[in-house]
Ligand binder design. Sequence first.
Ligand SMILES: CC(C)(COP(=O)(O)OP(=O)(O)OC[C@H]1O[C@@H](n2cnc3c(N)ncnc32)[C@H](O)[C@@H]1OP(=O)(O)O)[C@@H](O)C(=O)NCCC(=O)NCCS
Length: 230
Amino acid sequence: MEQMPYRPEMDTVMLPPTTTATTTPEVVQSDWRHQLPTLAGQQVVLRELRTSDAASLFAMLTTEEVARFISPPPTTVEGFERFIAWTLRQRTAGTYACFAVTLRGYDTAIGIFQVRELEPGFSTAEWGFAVGSPFWGTGVFQEGAELVLEFIFETLGTHRLEARAAIKNGRGTGALRKVGAVQEGILRKSFLRDGRYLDQALYAILEDDYRTSRQAANTSRTLVYAPHIH
Ligand SMILES: CC(C)(COP(=O)(O)OP(=O)(O)OC[C@H]1O[C@@H](n2cnc3c(N)ncnc32)[C@H](O)[C@@H]1OP(=O)(O)O)[C@@H](O)C(=O)NCCC(=O)NCCS
């Protein structure tokens, strides 16, 4: 999602009580609201964010090349600490999840994957991601995306996953396409960045498409509900 749902002013807003217990399909009734699972791949481990990730995320995600096509990230380490606290509250409320991207054997957060519900129970959801530029083109994004897509389609029970990407964001749109997202339309002048409205493309992955491509790739990954994978 080009527009991260986090806004600093939301820090002081009380979240409405979650109604998902009565409206969500059974597949969503896992303990992810209590703690996100740790998702382990060959080189990438996705895990819950911690306050101590603030400094590395500040270093990784506030550079010009990373931030120029996404909503302005927090501008201080303290701002990232507030963002992380907000992500944990949203996860507890059951409306949003944010994973830290780390490399196996290292615990440093080098990026994030986010997903939020667009409809109650995540049947339609939106995702977004950002990775520090030293790790671009290394396969970190692709493996992290495969892990988070499995969480989204298998654990959250999403049937339609949307993403919005500025058309000028060649890496962002290229990244979406390579994990199977299909461009469905253009959202003209839908994203305000640095005082200018940018056109975005709307991409989506359908659950059926996800399952078909996964079968074809014959991949199988393990969701590990264990916080200490490193
Ligand atoms: C989006 C992001 C996580 C992708 O990670 P990445 O490591 O750069 O992605 P990859 O290199 O695996 O894939 C990007 C694809 O776009 C292609 N690409 C790169 N620059 C491109 C450009 N200018 N135009 C078109 N395609 C481009 C790459 O070649 C690559 O495809 P390939 O592997 O088939 O060659 C990372 O670039 C990032 O954090 N960007 C800043 C944050 C951001 O824009 N997030 C929102 C995305 S909607």
